[in-house]
Design a binder for this molecule. Structure first.
Ligand SMILES: [Zn+2]
Ligand SMILES: [Zn+2]
Length: 387
């Protein structure tokens, strides 16, 4: 089964939906227009049930197969949200909203899952139930977590769940996957360093937080180089360094540092959090100041389940002939919460030679649509075969 013929027919429709969503990007949980559009389409396709407002602006559609002898239920998940950035593609369907852009291809994900839903509702050539999940706030807001906390898995009886993301640099419509830890846990931290401000020409009368904070930034890099087992993986990045002074000649009384931590195991996550605290308070006290750390655990490691990963790879092979071993990704993915709740797998699909996701030049590749839709349909038809 290469790309399903029906998806060649639907290619123009799905492309038009994708470009419409692209032109109207919405951030985090504010996916009101997109959610309404998704719900309207799902009703139009004849889904057996369409529920809005799960995880605030999430939408779920239920499609029953022609038969249901074993009570199987599979969830397919797409994300709907955009990023707070300015598009520079110059495309005729570029974002019409200021400081909002579909720079991660969630417009494509949503449109492809809609295409698959239309096909599945038309054909129903499977034994069980398909649940299509459209989540808001993948980009840091935890929309997937909120849908799970809203009882989505139990309410719809979802037994397995699958996700997909486009991937620039991989050939259009080709797939890659890996079993086990795949995307990193993504934590954020803020450090408030306090000293004593004063005249820049009289440093001996101050406790200089700029010097203190500079030492902290450098020392945080020793978590990866000196504390972590070299075989393990950890990223500690300080991304914001802000002093309380705006003047050339005033030593600031305080500095605020912000950053992110990426890890691939719970042990490394614990270690990084512990060491950040020790380094900040230790260095601050060396200089006679104080440090207050606010550490927030955001997305956990996204861990693909072995059996479902092997199955997802088989479906990918049936669509595009091959499925590569994907590399580890130190980015985060909200689908991690769904994979904590249910067994399942997450796959990457090639977006061709495009700019990387989160780049203002990025655009989802519409040529990948038939392959993406076919993979979704294949997950349902091959996991719950008819007759
Ligand atoms: Zn993204
Ligand atoms: Zn994304």
């Amino acid at each position: 089964m290469p790309v399903k013929n029906r998806f060649a027919e639907l290619h123009d429709d799905v492309t038009a939906w994708r470009r419409d969503i692209h032109q109207h990007p919405e951030i985090l949980f504010e996916t009101h227009r997109t959610s309404a559009l998704v719900a309207e389409k799902l009703r139009e396709f004849g889904c057996d049930e369409v529920v809005e407002g799960i995880g605030r602006t999430g939408v779920v559609g239920v499609i029953k197969g022609n038969t249901d002898t074993a009570g199987k239920v599979i969830g397919l998940r797409a994300d709907m949200d955009a990023l707070p950035m300015t598009e520079v593609t110059g495309l005729p369907y570029a974002s019409k909203t200021e400081n909002a852009m579909h720079a991660c291809g969630h417009d494509g994900h949503t449109a492809m899952l809609l295409g698959a839903a239309q096909y599945l509702a038309e054909t129903r050539n499977f034994d069980g139930t398909a649940v299509v999940i459209f989540q808001p706030a993948e980009e840091g807001g935890g929309g997937g977590r909120e849908m799970c906390e809203d009882g989505m898995m139990e309410r719809f009886g979802i037994q397995e769940v699958y996700g997909m993301h486009n991937w620039p640099g991989m050939k259009t419509g080709e797939f890659a996957i890996r079993s086990g830890p795949f995307f990193a846990a993504t934590d954020i931290f803020t450090v408030e360093l306090t000293g004593l401000g004063g005249h820049a020409a009289k440093p001996h009368e101050t406790i200089d937080t700029t010097v203190m904070a500079s030492q902290v930034v450098l020392a945080l890099q020793t978590i990866a180089s000196r504390n972590a087992d070299p075989i393990d993986r950890v990223v500690v990045s300080v991304t914001s360094f802000e002093t309380s002074s705006k003047a050339f000649n005033v030593i600031p009384s305080g500095v605020t540092l912000k950053g992110t931590v990426r890890t691939m195991s719970p042990e490394m996550r614990d270690l990084a959090e512990k060491r950040i605290g020790e380094i900040c308070t230790g260095i601050a006290s060396t200089f006679g100041g104080t440090a207050v750390l606010d550490y927030t655990r955001n997305y956990p490691v996204m861990d693909n389940h072995a059996e479902q990963t092997a199955f997802a790879a088989e479906v990918a092979k049936s669509v595009s002939g091959a499925c590569e071993e994907a590399p580890l990704v130190m980015g985060g993915e909200d689908f991690a919460f769904m994979l904590e709740a249910r067994p399942g797998a997450y796959i990457l699909m090639g977006n061709g030679d495009s700019a990387m996701v989160h780049n203002p030049e990025y655009n989802f590749n519409d040529e990948a649509i038939p392959a993406g839709c076919s993979w979704w349909a294949g997950i349902v038809e091959q996991r719950m075969p008819a007759g």
